[in-house]
Structures are given as structure tokens and as C-alpha cells.
Write a protein that binds this ligand. Sequence first.
Ligand code: TYD
Length: 142
Amino acid sequence: MDSSKCEVIELPKIPDRRGNLTFIESFRHIPFDIKRVYYLYDVPGGASRGGHAHRDLKQFIIAASGSFTVVTDNGYEKKEYYLNRSYYGLYIPTMTWREIENFSSGSVCLVLASELYNADDYIRDYKEFKKLAAKGKNDDKA
Ligand code: TYD
């Protein structure tokens, strides 16, 4: 996979009459070491989460229950991903603006993260994000 791009990844699923099981291993199913796990739940109807990018953080987002839409933006291109199965996840590389919206009632958004929580890693201003994304692209060309 190209770890500089968003990608939906299908995870292993062990079907069982007693209930299905899915697992995730660092560097086998996702291209980073998992340092932190968090989840969003009890999201009220109409609410949206995210609305920021990260300088160094990579994430993997799973609809552990229910469904929602993740809108990603690398500064040049926006994409929408509808997640509604617990055996699929969306890999999000660094420097990606994301919004998570249209949470179904009772949904759980499970996030695996490559770094510990660090407020300084956030870019919360969209204009600043666009500037940094453009600079990153030019630096890549140099
Ligand atoms: P934030 O990342 O802005 O939420 P989201 O992007 O999901 O909408 O985080 C919301 C608040 O929670 C913010 O005050 C920081 C805090 N927080 C932590 O303390 N640790 C964490 O691991 C995360 C993800 C957030």
C-alpha cells in the first residue's frame, strides 16, 4: 500500500456462529505501530467530529458499530468514505484534514493512532492547513 494516501483496508474476519471476530496487527494490517486507542460514542444526531489535521499522526478509523461518513482532504482533493462494517477501516496519513459526520444512532467510531495524544500535533485552522499542504507538496518536488 501507499502509506501517503488514504485507503480503505479490509481486515481479517473469523466468522463464527457465536459471533464474528476481527483483529488488527501493527505493520501487518495497518502501516504503523499502535500507540493509542480512542473511541467516539453517544454522538448526538447531526453532530460532526474532527475538523482538523495532524502533522505527524497517522490513524486508522473503524465503524466498530453502526455507520458514519469520513470526509478527507489532503489540501488538493476531497474524498468521502462511508464506513458501516466492523471489518473495514480507513487509513488516514499525516497532513489530512478530516471530518466525521452522519453518525448513525448508537454508532461507535474506533480510532487507532500512531502517536500518544499531543495537542501541538493538531492543525485546527483550515487556511493554515492549506498553506502547509501546499508547502509540503513544493518541498517534495525540490
Ligand atoms: P479532538 O481530537 O478534537 O476530537 P475529534 O477530532 O474526535 O472531534 O479531541 C477532543 C478533546 O479530547 C480535546 O480537548 C482533546 C481531548 N483528547 C485527549 O485528551 N486525548 C485524546 O487521545 C484525544 C483524541 C482527545
